[in-house]
Design a protein around this ligand. Sequence first.
Ligand code: GLC
Length: 651
Amino acid sequence: MYEPVSHALLNRILDQVNPELKKKQLRFFHTRLGANFYAIHSLFRRLYSDRDDLEAQMVRLVEVLARNYIDRPKGLKKLDRAREQDHQWFLHQQWVGMALYANSFAGRLPDLQARLPYLQELGVNLVHVMPILQCPPGASDGGYAVSDFRDVDDRAGTLDELRELGRTMRGQGMLLTLDVVVNHTSDQHAWAQRARAGDETYRDYYYTFEDRSIPDQYERTLPEVFPEQAPGNFTWDDAMNRWVMTVFNTYQWDLNYRNPAVFIEMLDILLFWANQGADILRLDAVAFLWKKIGTQSQNEREAHVILQLFKDCCQVTAPGVLFIAEAIVAPSEITKYFGEDAVVAKECEIAYNATTMALLWDAVATKNAQLLREGIRSLPDKLEGATWLNYVRCHDDIGLGFDDADIVKAGYDPGSHRRFLVDWFTGGYAMSPARGRPFGENEATGDARIAGALASLAGLESALESGDEDEIQRRIDLILTLHGIIMAFGGIPLLYYGDELGTLNDYSYEQDVHRSSDSRWVHRPTIDWERAERRHERGTPEFRIFNGLRHMIEVRKETPAFADFNNRELLDPDNTHLFAFLRSHPLKPSERVLVVANFNDEEEQLDLDELGGRGRFGTGQLGDRISGATLTTDEGVIAVPPFGILWVEAH
Ligand code: GLC
């Protein structure tokens, strides 16, 4: 947009930038900067209007953009332009992701590269390599306490090896996702060290206070993220002789985005990783970016402004790079991370669908899809050009963050229903087959979350112990059905490493002093590659799960109706064990797939007449795209197997 004030400012800035930068070939850079500058200026001013050095800060910001553009490898610039031409490329059904820790999945980065064929065998073409940046030995919150944002941790490998991994993946049509922990640093980061040494410039990078008066004001409304292992939100630092804000663990210092230098540093770091070859950047803990006394300091308007500014800036330098919002917040808040008040996605193109994930586990525990349906119905539509990351499990706990009003509509009392779910999954009911661990129990509020491997929560661990073959098969069917839902739902399905083999809980964390207080480690396994070989042995659980997933992934990729263009209609059959929705081809709406999942351990009937009649789903025989079987639709009723899923071809 042309607007004289910002245009005049841009011209002044371009006069001031380092003369070295002016000599370079910046054609695409300048057209993009011109297009986005009005927005960049307005957003920056919105955050930092009280600064009298605003213009000088903006010169620095533009220099960061230009420098990173100049450093951007040619191949990536070409990819940027190709993606500009096909800007909806990531909404297609061809993408299937997996999140993994390089070290526990494979070893070092070259070992991970050597395992790419395994991922390709499964059909995975998007890999989220969990944090691999330098972090202190000992406790580091699984790598989310970063001590150097520009280097790979020695335990994982080198920056060269990472670039090589990126190049190889690109050559094979795979996408690389990397984390950028934008909300905090480790207390061992150079900025924190300088702050400790008394350097005021760096002290201003964090929220630090000489006494408790301000921290106490914050504490009145701030919730606790890790109430057991890190109660409170401030930590006393002896060396600095001050309190520092630590919303997560005591060794994770929250960055102070009220300081524009912090924003510019982090932008520089985002662009650095874009230039190392990341296709997608996962922005960690984005809901927490702005702190305000008297609020919960989550989902603040300014947090959205920061993300919009990151996006507008990234579009100038590396427009082909996507952002994932890791915002595990209330359903009504999550969709705002695509872009608050925007029409087309303006913050992060992708967001974790934490709501659906938690609702799926509700349906598993209750064998009933009522709350799942209510929750999905209340989920606001996404913006155009935005997509979900759909998942069943990840490296974090399961928070029961669905809406109280939906719980009531489904016929339960919110407090006791949440308690029931935690108990069901963590050993509170003898008849429950689930084997999970509580996480983040907060005695004061009664809150708790759930940790555990997918297979163990879904009952496979106990079924294997009992040796009951029928039960083992049912639990495998449930595992496949949960994945079958995320593959068909609309968005990018994100598998979690080990789940493709039915990996069970790993209790060894209890013996590790740095991990024992954090039960999330129960579901962060080291892959046993000998066991993985059993995926080739017919009849083993590994074979059944791996090949079941592989097959569904293959079918997903051939099903254009599964691309994500807000082309899903939720259905409401009378049978509440069933969860059903209709997906339609974005360009040929008559090509549709009826997805129906059964959360009961007995066969259930889906009555098509209740859904608008048989005719709605086609005239001839209906077929299941997963099994290839023709379905019997006597009297308009389809039988859905126990814990089964059907992708019914409906045209
Ligand atoms: C994100 C990560 C989680 C970590 C937290 C703090 O939520 O997924 O594992 O503990 O951020 O960095």
